[in-house]
Design a protein around this ligand. Structure first.
Ligand code: NAD
Ligand code: IPM
Ligand code: MN
Length: 348
């Protein structure tokens, strides 16, 4: 039988709660057909408080050996003064994305039948955001001069390489070419960010020649937020910068059933390292430990994981089960584990 060697990083807050449900569903859907080997890694804000470790080199080496990583969420509560803001995000989560070369941050948005949207007339929402995952303003290319004085200068320099832009743009075109509508929208801000913006725009024009069947257009990011609210059905594949993609995908989640449904994959499409799958949401300290979190985003992330590993039939079973579960939701609250139990039962 086939075997999947999975690393699990539950993390902080609701991370462990939703990850447990995703594992439950994975075990149920794979059953006897695929052997599921699980290795759990204790990492995150709580782990840092206990040990002072963010991501030890040796742990990173061990993580590299797995087929894939299932990640919950990390991060402290906003008011928690014991943990410097951004420490865990940058030294653990972003470090994993950068070290494992997760250059495609894939974030699908689909408004399932029966799901409420805050939009009065959302139409058919079914698009994917291909967010660049290893560059942009996230590169950590910044600093501060004369810190603490009123002459302080703080910079965050956005890093954009031809190689980095081209590989994610080509991936987005390929995905567009495999979707019925075959449409790609570049979102950037080249009216202000002229150097990076023009690199992105030129790259899209060049790669478009390889995909004559795909139509493409362009939106400035501010205008893209308008259309995500007024006419989201116009989007099919959005390709964008790391930071714009972060912001747009929380908005995309909000219009298509909420952050509790939004899944993501951090993909290394060259398969030189394991890809990592996680809900778009964070550790949600406001509801942690109360079995209130919706595990659907984590469960759909597990489906993306299976798809990446070529287990398409199992992935589809999870997606169908989630769709049916969502359609049957009445609004009455269910615990995190009750949702996981229902979806696990439906895929077994
Ligand atoms: P968040 O996504 O954790 O929470 C935003 C809001 O959405 C909260 O009201 C929360 O209760 C709600 N929410 C989130 N997930 C939910 C779910 N599954 N079911 C129901 N409601 C849900 O964002 P935040 O509050 O900005 O960040 C909290 C912490 O998480 C911060 O430390 C932040 O840095 C971190 N964070 C981590 C990740 C990650 O690990 N990938 C992503 C985003 C934020
Ligand atoms: C996300 C998160 C992360 C990001 C943070 C926690 C570093 O918001 O995965 O969307 O900005 O990428
Ligand atoms: Mn985000």
């Amino acid at each position: 039988t086939a075997r999947i060697d999975l690393a699990i990083i539950p993390g902080d807050g609701i991370g462990p709660e939703v990850t447990a449900e995703a594992v439950k569903v994975l075990s149920a859907v794979l059953a006897d057909e695929v052997e599921l080997a699980l290795t759990e890694y204790s990492l995150g804000a709580q782990h840092w408080l206990a040990t002072g470790e963010t991501l030890p080199e040796e742990t990173l080496t061990r993580l590299r050996a797995h087929d894939a990583i299932l990640f919950g969420a990390v991060g402290a509560a906003p008011g928690d003064k014991r943990i410097p803001s951004g420490l865990i995000e940058r030294e653990l989560l972003l470090k994993l994305r950068f070290e494992l070369d997760h250059y495609v941050n894939l974030r699908p948005s689909k408004l399932y039948p029966g799901v409420g949207s805050p939009l009065a007339a959302p139409g058919a929402v079914d698009f994917i955001v291909v967010r660049e995952g290893t560059e942009g303003p996230y590169a950590g290319n910044g600093g501060t001069l004369r810190g603490g004085t009123n002459h302080e200068i703080a910079t965050e320099v956005s890093l954009n390489t031809a190689h980095g832009v081209e590989r994610v743009v080509r991936d987005a075109f390929r995905r567009a070419s495999e979707r019925p509508r075959r449409k790609l929208t570049l979102v950037h801000k080249h009216n202000v960010l002229v150097f990076a913006g023009h690199l992105w725009k030129r790259t899209v024009e060049a790669v478009a020649l390889e995909f004559p069947e795909v139509t493409h257009d362009y939106l400035h990011v501010d205008a893209a937020t308008i259309f995500l609210v007024t006419d989201p059905s116009r989007f099919d594949v959005i390709v964008t910068d790391n930071l714009f993609g972060d912001i747009l995908t929380d908005l995309a989640a909000a219009i298509s059933g909420g952050i509790g449904l939004a899944a993501s994959g951090n993909l290394n499409m060259d398969r030189t390292a394991p890809s990592m799958f996680e809900p778009v949401h964070g550790s949600a300290p406001d509801i942690a430990g109360q079995q209130k979190a919706d595990p659907t985003a984590a469960i759909l992330s597990a489906a993306l994981l299976l798809r990446h590993l070529g287990q398409n039939a199992a992935a589809e079973r999870i997606e169908r089960a989630v769709e049916a579960d969502i359609a049957g939701r009445t609004g009455a609250p269910r615990t995190t584990s009750a949702v996981g139990d229902a979806i696990a039962a439906a895929v077994s």
